[in-house]
Design a protein around this ligand. Structure first.
Ligand code: NAD
Ligand code: UDP
Length: 319
């Protein structure tokens, strides 16, 4: 039986990856320190013989007994609110954590895929963003802790590939959404839906002309799976190129939820990228992958999920 270690297993993407690899017949070892994750995302797996969980901080030495065929390194805060609140941990998990996992992959002769991000392009001067673009990141800005950790993560991963011959894969993930996002994690989709459900006005940051392109979780997981199983070593963008302004998106949420609340405008966070849309030609050509879930369907499913949560979740303030 193939054995896979998934870090960040109790988080949004990590928990869906655990489900997918269980379904594919793997023995799955989840690892998480729960800094932004939630055990409820994986509690349905605990009765399974082929699922194990380690409560562990990957910035500390990582030891896993037995053989490992694959490692997916997804541990890292991912919401701007989270990584602004825990900047040092964010830098450490991208740098020290990645170093530990590359070392483990080398010892076990495992193939490792690391979760990078569209944030390596920063506030991009090239649109849409293709993989050859080097990016426009403010190293010392508040978002720099995440962006530079991820850029370092890509560099050290390529160094392990070139120097040690390690089998590595790098996915550059663009804004992904769906069930199991934390309602209060501050990202725009849970923020708007949470506001609509609580009967609050929707907070658009800046003038709402900044753009994002939202990818539904099942499409993202399929792209990651195909990349892991491919021979392609350089970074690949996985995201949905259907771009929308945040102002228009707020209007879509108002329609979807039927809320009678209005949009209010708040200050744009420092270094908030003004436009973002993945160029997915590589994913199409190399992985035969493209998204299949359009935003209206993905948002309907996501809204159903948030509506099904207990009321107490809705009013739990984290930040
Ligand atoms: P998330 O916050 O839901 O999950 C991250 C998980 O990592 C959490 O369970 C957290 O507790 C765990 N974690 C953090 N630091 C850790 C440490 N030191 N040791 C062990 N566990 C630790 O976020 P997510 O949206 O699921 O993101 C997962 C990965 O995907 C991250 O690496 C993120 O950078 C990347 N990513 C996500 C998106 C997106 O749109 N969701 C976009 C780009 C990149
Ligand atoms: N945003 C917003 N209102 C909110 C939360 C976010 O207008 O309540 C904006 C944010 O400024 C950014 C976009 O929505 O331009 C996406 O933000 P998110 O935190 O989801 O992810 P990012 O792509 O910035 O990492």
């Amino acid at each position: 039986m193939q054995r896979i270690l998934i870090t960040g297993a109790a988080g949004f993407l990590g928990s869906h990856l655990c489900d997918r690899f269980i379904d594919e017949g793997f023995h799955v070892i989840g690892m998480d320190n729960l800094i932004t994750g939630d055990m409820r995302n994986i509690e349905h797996l605990f009765h399974l013989k082929h699922f194990e969980f380690y409560h562990h901080d990957v910035t500390k030495f990582v030891h896993v007994p037995g053989k490992l065929d694959y490692i997916l390194h997804f541990a890292s805060p991912a919401s701007p609110i989270d990584y602004l609140k825990i900047p040092i941990q964010t830098l450490k998990v991208g740098s020290l954590g990645t170093h530990n996992l590359l070392g483990l992959a080398k010892e076990k002769k495992a193939r490792i895929l690391i979760a990078s991000t569209s944030e390596v392009y920063g506030d991009p001067l090239v649109h849409p963003q293709h993989e050859e673009y080097y990016g426009n990141v403010n190293t010392i800005g508040p978002r720099g802790v995440y962006d530079e950790a991820k850029r370092f993560q890509e560099s050290i991963t390529m160094a392990y590939h070139r120097f040690h011959g390690l089998e590595t894969r790098i996915v550059r993930i663009f804004n992904t959404y769906g069930p199991r996002m934390r309602l209060n994690d501050g990202r725009v989709i849970p923020a708007f839906i949470g506001q609509a459900l609580r009967g609050e006005d929707l907070t658009v940051f800046g003038d709402g002309t900044q753009t994002r392109s939202f990818c539904y979780i099942t499409d993202q997981i399929e792209g990651i799976y195909r990349l892991l199983m491919s021979d392609y070593v350089e970074p690949i963008n996985i995201g949905n190129p259907h771009e929308i302004t945040i102002g228009e998106f707020a209007e879509e949420i108002i329609k979807l939820t039927g809320t009678t609340q209005k949009v209010i405008y708040k200050e744009l966070p420092v270094d908030d990228p003004l436009q973002r849309k993945p160029d997915i030609r590589k994913a199409k050509e190399i992985l035969g992958w493209e998204p299949t879930v359009d935003r209206s369907e993905g948002m309907r499913l996501t809204y159903e999920y948030f509506k099904s949560l207990p009321q107490s979740e809705l009013f739990k303030k984290e930040h």
